[in-house]
Design a protein around this ligand. Structure first.
Ligand code: ADP
Ligand code: MG
Length: 361
């Protein structure tokens, strides 16, 4: 039996910029999906999940249309298909999925699943793709499985993660530049307790609005727009201002200007809330509670419409800030938030020797 892991991610800043050829600053986190696989001879890719019900079985040649499946089987069929299209021989496997990335929390459990499964499938067929091609293949798998036209950030972060560093990614060139994370501050993730309904329609709607704005300006993408050009266009204004914040945030991170970094995170949240309109009242309340409890900055992370908030907090204050903010949110809304401090993790790959038995709760 062989086992492969792929990390989830938290995006420090740069949301809804990846599909506009812009900049993002995520980190791969120490929450991961592990796929263990055995070769079989019946021609099928069979998978079970320790977290979710249902056994998935699809022909290993990719002949099943992922959109014909429901639930998490769509992702399995999607990955099998995109790899078959890239020349993976139809090697059959029986696989077990186990993940510590909470699903639907904005921490990219879907990309972690796709990438870990893709690595297991490639290994079983003695086939390989360069990491960036693997990320692109998994992005396409998500498109055909769910119909959501997601950007490249989640899958690219999973294949390029660095221990102890965030990743400044230029989504136009796909250049990845690790930016070391300082010891003195912690990256705190707080789930609001509202499971994100990855509002598939609204995500696609936002992406279409961005494309329309670029076309109206005669540009290939909003990456090329100036602040002046988008002054009266709220959606585009978010993308342009967010790209600038990502670059400023990575510069602040490099020089240890944590106060500045925190302010950029909070400004990013205001832009997602007011200009891009992808926040929710519960998430706004959580951001305010974290700021009032002493976070240097906080913002919605991921696509939005619920899910998680990322906060930058002095390392020694992290538990305290999380506890106070969650108590306030519970009191104000009756929600049941949860929090953890994350560390930046290495890129997806085989489970290290000797850790084959590593398991998830
Ligand atoms: P996110 O990527 O932010 O967690 P998505 O809606 O993009 O949210 O992806 C969540 C979906 O990924 C789940 O609904 C499920 O289909 C799939 N998934 C995530 N974790 C697992 C798991 N442990 N086992 C099976 N499927 C999973
Ligand atoms: Mg996802």
């Amino acid at each position: 039996m062989r086992a492969f892991r792929a990390p989830g991610r938290v995006n420090l800043i740069g949301d809804h910029t990846d599909y506009n050829d812009g900049f993002v600053l995520p980190l791969a986190i120490d929450r991961e999906c592990v796929v263990r696989a055995d070769p079989t001879t019946d021609g099928n890719v069979v998978a079970r999940s320790k977290q979710l019900a249902g056994e998935v079985s699809v022909p290993a040649d990719g002949s099943v249309d992922p959109a014909a499946l429901t639930g998490w089987g769509r992702y399995v069929a999607g990955v099998v298909r995109v790899l078959a299209e890239r020349g993976r021989p139809a090697a059959a496997i029986e696989a077990t999925v186990s993940s510590t990335v909470p699903a639907g929390a904005g921490l990219s459990s879907s990309a972690a699943l796709e990438v870990a499964l893709a690595l297991a499938l490639c290994d079983a067929a003695s086939f390989s793709l360069p990491p960036v091609e693997l990320a692109r293949a998994c992005q396409e798998a998500e498109h055909i499985a769910t119909g959501v036209p997601c950007g490249i950030m989640d899958q690219l972060t999973a294949v390029t993660g660095h221990a102890d560093a965030a990743l400044l990614i230029d989504c136009r060139t796909l250049a990845v530049d690790p930016v070391p994370l300082p010891q003195g501050v912690a990256v705190l993730v707080v789930h609001s307790g509202v499971t994100r309904s990855l509002d598939e329609t609204r995500y696609a709607e936002r992406r279409a609005e961005c494309e329309e704005a670029a076309t109206a300006l005669g540009l290939a993408s909003l990456r090329d727009a100036s602040p002046d050009q988008v002054r009266a266009m709220p959606r585009a204004r978010h993308v342009v201002s967010e790209n600038a914040r990502v670059l400023a945030a990575s510069a602040a991170l490099r020089v240890g200007a944590h106060g500045m970094l925190g302010e950029l995170l909070s400004a990013g949240h205001a832009s997602l809330r007011d200009d891009f309109e992808v926040s929710t009242p519960e998430v706004d309340a959580l951001v305010t509670a974290l700021e009032d409890a002493g976070a240097l900055g906080a913002r919605l992370t991921g696509a939005g419409f619920g899910g998680s908030v990322v906060a930058l907090v002095g390392r020694r204050d992290a538990e305290d800030v999380a506890a106070r903010a969650m108590a306030r949110l519970r009191g104000e809304t009756g929600l049941k938030p949860s929090a953890f401090v994350c560390r930046a993790a290495a890129a997806a790959g085989p489970l290290p020797e000797g850790s084959e038995r590593r398991d998830h709760p």
